[in-house]
Design a protein around this ligand. Sequence first.
Ligand code: ATP
Length: 235
Amino acid sequence: MALLEIDAIHVFYDKIEALKGISLAVEQRQIVTLVGGNGAGKSTTLRAVSGLLHPRQGTIRFDGRDLAGLGAHDIAATGLVQVPEGRRIFGRLTVAENLEMGAFTRRDRHAVAEDRDRMMRLFPRLRERLKQVAGTLSGGEQQMLATARALMARPRLLLMDEPSMGLAPMLVEQVFETIRTINAQGVTILLVEQNAPAALGIADHGYVLESGRIVLSGAGRELLDDERVRRAYLG
Ligand code: ATP
C-alpha cells in the first residue's frame, strides 16, 4: 500500500474546476514530484492533501486512512506536514524559536533536541543565526528555516510547494541537494515544482499536470528524457 493515495479527485474553486480527476501515489521513502506550468493545478493538489480544500469527488488516503472530513490540523497530526509557501516563517521570532514552534506538539523533548542538532548539521547557516530574528534572514535562509521547521514536526510525508521559487541559481542547486539528503534520511517527499528538470532529476516518480489533469507520468529520469516533456518544459 502506498503511503499517500489520491484517487480521481475533483477540486473546485466555486464554479471553477481546478482538478479534473487527479490520481497519484506516493510510496514510502520516495521523492515524488508534480510538475507543470502556471495554473496547472499543482498547488491545488497540495492544498487538497493538506486539508485546506476538500475534493468534491474522489478520495485521498494517507497510510490507508481516508482524509475526507478531517481539517487541516487533524491532517497535520497524522504526520502530513507542509513546508509553508512563500517562506511563511514567524518573522518576529528568532530562528531558534521558529524551530521550537515546529516541534510544539511533541512531548519527546530529548528527541526534539536531537532533531534540532540534526537541523544544525543539515543547515549550518541556521546554526550561525539561531538568535537572529527570522524576518531579517535572506530569502534562501528563510527557505532553509521553513524546511527545518517543518522537519521538526517529524513528518511522515513532507509536502513542498515550489521550494526553489525566487532563489538565485546557486541556491536552487543547494535546495535540491538538501531535498535529496532529507529523503536519504528517511523522509518521504511530495514536491511541487515549476523547475521540471531539477525536480525530475531527483524524483523517483513524476507526474506532469496540465489544466487540472495528469497528462504524463513515469520514473523521474524517464520523464526527463521524454521528448514531449523536453519540448514543453525544458526548451
Ligand atoms: P502556479 O505555479 O502558478 O501556482 P499551479 O499549478 O500551482 O500554478 P494552481 O494554483 O493549483 O496551479 O491553480 C489551478 C487553477 O485553479 C488555475 O486555473 C487557477 O487560476 C485556479 N485557482 C487557483 N487558486 C484559486 C483561487 N484561490 N480562487 C480561484 N481560482 C483559483
